[in-house]
Design a protein around this ligand. Structure first.
Ligand code: AMP
Ligand code: GLY
Length: 433
């Protein structure tokens, strides 16, 4: 079959890379893709916002499966449109995608159905939000733009002044536009963050291996939040019993609530969790694969990804044999190389050296994110530029390989965290203690 992947980041390169390995996939188109996807797929210049154009492309190319990578096209109803036109789509419709597109909606859903999450209040009016913050409430609090903000609309506020400033940034200065017109003010949770992804057709769920993201831009979790600076899989903070608990208390009730609300869900449901001993609370839901989590999950997948996602898109997930849904027991680590200045302003167009040397290392794959081909040369073209993934016999080995590969790559103003995976290693030590 021919697959169309929507998106152009590290996640989409990883999706194309894994799809290309499966016998079910003959060809891949990707819109818009990047310099990495161009090596294994055909990059096409079609905007995901132009639903007519995407549907015509599917028709002309006889696309057998559409995989939507990012959240924005899902929130804008691309999956609904393509499904209505008769194409199998992996990704929820706009109704289900609201789980990510509106934090106010997802918090309400969790509140109504007893799904464990941080205590919260929602505000549409800046003065009401300020009045609440002036009251007798504990700090820190977390102030979140309700709408989409590329992972950057979450402000951790140690005290009242910081929280009032956050309301000003989001609701008065409108740094994230309409995304901040509604804000959620949340209780600050303490624990360890774990990402759980489940593939689902709305009835059956298949939980993928756990992972841990590193959202802050600098080492030791300092600096502003980013889309994600690196990840490891598996997480060391959630054992089999913990995963079963998340399926029972979080994933299934959420899908049931969506179904009852006439929001059928097909695709991947990603819960960002704060885990403490014996409890996991939802920090956020995403309605697509995590980036960079995908870059550590998919290298561990043994089955044919195209077949798995098609089976899901056709609502036949129940028929998947548990044995076919198998994982590499090795660990994976990915380190994101970003443009200096990201998540703020940065420059583009710098030539990148060393990608093929890194790719030549055993167990290493360099996924492209913000890259472009200019005059046959790969140059930087985004905030997150590359995601360097390594498999290793354990976390220590995978980490060493990933950082050795990173040391072979360079571009002007390159930035990366040097501590990806150390948090998970602490988890191993704590479990042994
Ligand atoms: P979100 O996009 O809602 O997942 O938030 C981005 C990041 O902010 C999370 O990965 C956490 O590191 C942090 N965060 C969000 N909500 C909370 C919370 N209630 N307590 C502590 N940290 C939080
Ligand atoms: N890595 C976090 C996200 O994809 O939202």
């Amino acid at each position: 079959m021919k697959v169309l992947v929507i998106g152009g980041g590290g996640r989409e390169h990883a999706l194309c890379w894994k799809l290309a390995q499966g016998a079910s996939v003959d060809a891949i188109l990707v819109a818009p893709g990047n310099a990495g996807t161009a090596e294994i797929a055909r990059n096409v210049d079609v905007s995901p916002d132009d639903h007519d154009a995407v549907s015509s492309l599917c028709q002309q190319e006889a696309i057998g499966l559409v995989v939507v990578g990012p959240e924005a096209p899902l929130c804008k109803g691309l999956a609904d449109r393509l499904r209505a036109d008769g194409f199998p789509v992996f990704g929820p419709g706009a109704g289900g995608a609201e789980l990510e597109g509106s934090k106010a909606f997802s918090k309400d859903l969790m509140g109504q159905h007893g799904i464990p999450t941080a205590g919260f209040r929602t505000f549409n009016d800046a003065q009401f939000a300020r009045d609440y913050l002036e009251g007798d409430i504990p700090f820190p609090v977390v102030v979140k733009a309700s709408g989409l903000a590329a992972g950057k609309g979450v402000l951790i506020c140690p005290d009242r002044d910081a929280a009032l400033a956050a309301i000003d940034t989001l609701m008065e200065q409108r740094q994230f536009g309409i995304s901040g017109d509604t804000v959620v003010i949340e209780e600050f949770l303490v624990g360890e963050e774990v990402s759980v992804h489940a593939i689902t057709d709305g009835r059956t769920i298949l939980t993928l291996p756990t992972s841990e993201d590193h959202k802050r831009v600098f080492d030791d979790d300092q600096g502003p939040n980013t889309g994600g600076m690196g990840a490891v899989s598996p997480s060391t903070r959630l054992d089999q019993a913990g995963i079963a608990r998340v399926e029972r208390d979080t994933m299934l009730p959420t899908l049931n609530a969506l179904a009852r609300g006439d929001r059928p869900y097909c695709g991947v449901l990603y819960a960002g969790l704060m885990v403490t001993r014996g409890a996991s609370k939802v920090l956020e839901f995403n309605v697509r694969f995590g980036d960079p989590e995908t870059q550590v999950i998919l290298p561990r997948l043994k089955c044919d990804l195209g077949e798995l996602l098609l089976t899901c898109a056709e609502g036949r997930l129940e028929s998947i044999d548990d044995k076919a849904f198998d994982w590499d027991s090795r660990s994976a680590v990915t380190v994101v190389l970003s443009s200096g200045g990201y998540p703020g302003a940065f420059t583009r167009g710098h030539p990148i050296e060393g990608i093929s040397d890194a790719n030549a290392m055993d167990g290493v794959t360099v996924f492209h994110a913000g890259t472009a081909l200019v005059g046959g040369k790969v140059v930087t073209a985004g905030g997150r530029v590359l995601s360097v993934t390594a498999l290793g016999s354990d976390l220590t080995d995978a980490r060493a390989r990933a950082y050795e590969a990173v040391s072979l790559i360079s571009f002007e103003d390159m930035h990366f965290r040097t501590d990806i995976g150390t948090r998970a290693l602490r988890g191993v030590l704590e479990a042994e203690a």
